[in-house]
Design a binder for this molecule. Structure first.
Ligand code: ADP
Ligand code: GLC
Length: 516
């Protein structure tokens, strides 16, 4: 990568409101003893408290908190503008040297009101920009993303090595998605014994980069092999995470199996099958935060419990009002989604006539790829009384849609886990979804929602028609709502498998198993 791409846009001095503490040398780096809380460092590019573009942010915020009773879990995230401007005080507690073309940076500590400790990687030339974590306001990826996220991975490795002048040295590093994929790799190249977990939230986003960037990122020659991070002549940050982590997880059992097949493996299926055969790949279903409760959710204008359907109906009336749809007794469908090919919005456009012809309505909230936004706008223009779309995203409207709708549409082509169908069920909205990944693992067909198999309009229509049929029988509809609301996909169910995995890795001599 050229020097120009690495150096700054929008360099701003650290805000004077920061309280700068002089970095302290690590006095003792004794790993905590057996039985006590282990120090776990989450490495992630999103955290819902500060910035999110999808479910990764939700998981990165909820899972460390859910694990908090068992372990001392802290989170490392780039110091994006949204992080710096979040209003949470940041205290500089450490510094990291530059390496290859990765610039030096500082580590800021943020203590969230509920006690979660976040380390923000402060490097304004890389992170202090407008736009989202990955690109500008027009949706173009930042050209220096390889440097930005290699810096994140290397910072994690240096924290694990005790090189950041911070006393807190993790016992285990848990890295998420391609943006953190180089964390286990740098740890391996630095010969650290600290175990690492790499979680794949979405195999389709891979962080590939040109081989010519290898030296800029400080990646050794040995990594350029198809058994390491080489991928069709390029370097792949996601593959680095898979190759070098002590263990790989993904976010549902079904997706863990799917990604070992050509249909879902995005070209990595062979490598993943090898990992699975070694017992180094597993699926742990995500959960949702217990704050998702329709009886107490502060975002909801009308709170409700199972059987208190008047509250749900009042939310539905508000959805219609906010989306400019007329009053109706028909079924109300919702979409709350990133607008990406993965999510099958084109299938929804194809199946929408089934809703319209049955007198139903559809409210859509989301943003993403501009051609999908345009298709959805055109759909709404064709049926102004029945279909409305809001391009954009905000949490209160998302929650209102889950609470007010009868059905949530999720015809995903693939879905590693999916959180929206869990939120919807909790709020009494029955998902209509493709039987794939976490959707297959969290929806009971005909009991808490409706599943279909082939990613085709015909099969999807049939599932929508089953939903419409149930809507005509309120007792049946309400019975399904009660089952869905009680389904209880809470994090506490996922804590145990993560805890067991961490303990196993911490008990093991952690040599990474690489193919010979
Ligand atoms: P994914 O992570 O693939 O988008 P999930 O179902 O796991 O799918 O997570 C969706 C989460 O992201 C939910 O909290 C949802 O409300 C939120 N969300 C949906 N669309 C957007 C968007 N355009 N911007 C930010 N968050 C969104
Ligand atoms: C990804 C996946 C989604 C999953 C989320 C959190 O964005 O697309 O299915 O729920 O990560 O793990």
């Amino acid at each position: 990568m050229s020097e120009a791409a690495v150096t700054a846009q929008n360099i701003r001095p650290i805000k004077p409101s920061f309280r700068i503490a002089s970095p302290t040398r690590p006095l003792l780096q004794i790993r905590s003893g057996q039985g006590s809380k282990k120090k776990i460092l989450f490495v992630t590019s999103e955290l819902t408290d500060l910035v999110k573009t999808g479910g990764l942010g939700d998981v990165s915020a909820a899972l460390p908190r859910a694990l908090g009773d068992l372990h001392d879990v802290r989170v490392l995230i780039p110091g994006y503008r949204q992080v710096i401007d979040s209003g949470h005080p940041i205290r500089v507690v450490g510094r990291l040297e530059g390496h290859a073309d990765l610039p030096p940076c500082r580590i800021g500590r943020m203590d969230m009101p509920d006690g979660l400790i976040i380390y923000a990687l402060l490097c304004p030339e890389l992170y202090d920009r407008p736009g989202n974590p990955y690109g500008d306001e027009h949706g173009h990826d930042w050209p220096d993303n390889p440097i930005r996220f290699a810096r994140l991975g290397l910072a994690a490795a240096e924290l694990a090595a005790g090189n950041a002048c911070i006393r807190w040295v993790p016992d285990l590093v848990h890295a998420h998605d391609w943006q953190a994929g180089l964390a286990p790799a740098y740890m391996h190249w630095r010969r650290l014994k600290t175990p690492s977990v790499f979680t794949i939230h979405n195999l389709a986003y891979q962080g590939t980069l040109d081989m010519s960037l290898r030296r800029s990122l400080g990646i050794p020659q040995e990594a350029c092999h198809h058994d390491r991070m080489e991928f069709y002549g390029k370097l792949c940050m996601l593959k680095a995470g898979i190759a070098y982590a002590s263990h790989v997880t993904t976010v549902s059992a079904t997706y863990a199996e799917e990604i070992t097949t050509p249909e879902f493996g995005c070209g990595l299926e062979g490598f993943l099958r090898w990992k699975a055969d070694q017992g180094l790949l597993s699926g742990i279903l995500n959960g949702i935060d217990e704050s998702w409760d329709p009886q107490t959710d502060a975002h909801l204008p009308h709170k409700f419990a199972p059987m208190q359907w008047a509250g749900k109906a009042a939310n539905a009336a508000l959805v219609r009002e906010r989306f400019g749809l007329p009053h109706s007794e028909g079924a109300l469908f919702a979409v709350v989604s990133r607008l990406a090919h993965q999510k099958g919005l084109d299938l929804t456009v194809g199946a929408a006539s089934s809703i319209v012809e049955a007198g139903g309505q559809l409210a859509i909230l989301g943003c993403g790829e501009s051609h999908i936004e345009a298709e959805l706008r055109a759909l709404a223009e064709r049926h102004p009384q029945q279909i409305a779309v809001h391009i954009g995203f905000n949490e209160p409207d998302a929650r209102l849609l889950f609470a007010g709708s009868d059905f949530l549409l999720m015809p995903s082509r693939y879905e590693p886990c999916g959180l929206s169908q869990m939120y919807a069920q909790r709020f009494g909205s029955l998902p209509v979804a493709r039987r794939t990944g976490g959707l297959a693992d969290s929806i009971e067909d005909g009991v808490t929602g409706f599943l279909f198999d082939a990613p085709e309009v015909q099969a999807y229509r049939h599932a929508v028609e089953r939903a419409l049929a149930v809507h005509r029988f309120p007792q049946l509809l309400n019975a399904m709502r009660c089952r869905a609301m009680g389904a209880g996909f809470f994090w506490r169910q996922a804590i145990d498998p993560y805890d067991r995995l961490y303990k196993r890795l911490l008990g093991e001599q952690c040599e990474v198993a690489l193919p010979r």
